[in-house]
Design a protein around this ligand. Structure first.
Ligand code: G3P
Ligand code: CA
Length: 269
């Protein structure tokens, strides 16, 4: 595709399909990722959880309850148990207007299955979720990426980006593989987002970018991040006027449940 050589160039705007095309299809299913590709997203975003028997799976929550017909913690269930669950019907019930019979009975994919399915035809923006409750998650992630040759000598820079709210998790990955591009995630709950030069300099020791919730930041925040030499990827930007504002402020990409809308907007720019 376009300018694939410089995925991490600050002059590019990266369209990151948040949990796949999750505005249209059940999040973190192969179907949602396929749709994201079709909508010309630059990246498939994948949240990782780890099963009781040590498999990395694509799921946002630490519990099975919201996005499957199961209940309880992911870490208390084996992969075999999770594979019996329906990861699509909840979407049909929650979004009758977007429901499709084909979503019924979709399975929770493992990271390995996602990478096997898309191989080098996609780029991956992967989040280590709750790494503090999953010892060994980082090592397992790097091993899986290596097995698929998505990192290392043969891989294009930017093919995989790793993100986390846990600086410890990112620093661990950085120590294991200093070449891998990392993005540190920040979340501003009720207060206006604020970041110091000192914090940005510290982030720069291991990461190439920052992600933050778009609704608590302003132009000065984005420009401060950008001036420090870091990329900036706000989340989760679903409406076109918000997308436009983020671009105007200097975002170098964004997470969206509607990759189609961002693709459309970028075409017109
Ligand atoms: O990873 C960026 C954004 O997805 C962080 O929020 O909760 O959707 O993973 P969350
Ligand atoms: Ca995420």
């Amino acid at each position: 595709g376009k300018g694939d050589k410089d995925l991490l160039s600050p002059d590019r705007v990266l369209n990151v399909a948040h949990r796949g095309a999750s505005g249209h299809a059940p999040e973190h299913t192969i179907v949602a990722y396929q749709l994201a590709k079709k909508m010309k997203a630059d990246y498939i975003e994948i949240d990782l959880q780890m099963t009781k028997d040590g498999h990395l799976i694509a799921m946002h929550d630490e519990t099975l309850d919201r996005t499957t017909n199961g209940t309880g913690l992911v870490k208390d269930h084996t992969l075999a148990e999770i594979k019996r669950l329906d990861a699509g019907s909840w979407f049909n019930e929650a979004h009758p207007d977007k429901a499709k019979p084909a979503y019924k009975g979709l399975k929770v994919p493992t990271l390995d299955e996602v990478l096997r399915h898309f191989g080098h035809s996609a780029n991956y923006y992967i989040e280590t979720k709750a790494p503090e409750i999953y010892p060994g998650m980082e090592e397992k992630l790097l091993k899986t990426l290596e097995a698929h040759r998505l990192i290392g000598k043969h891989a294009k820079r930017g093919k995989v980006i790793i993100q986390s709210f846990s600086p410890e998790s990112l620093k661990k990955i950085h120590a294991l593989n200093p070449e891998l591009p990392l993005v540190t995630l920040l979340w501003y709950e009720n207060q206006q987002g604020h970041i110091t030069k000192r914090e940005l300099d510290e982030i720069k020791t291991y990461a190439i970018g920052v992600g933050a919730n778009f609704d608590r930041i302003d132009r000065a925040y984005v420009q401060k991040v950008r001036k420090s030499g870091l990329l900036f990827h706000p989340y989760t930007v679903n409406e076109k006027p918000d997308m436009k504002r983020m671009l105007d402020w200097g975002a170098t990409g964004m997470f969206t449940n509607y990759a189609d809308r961002l693709t459309d907007l970028l075409k017109k720019n």
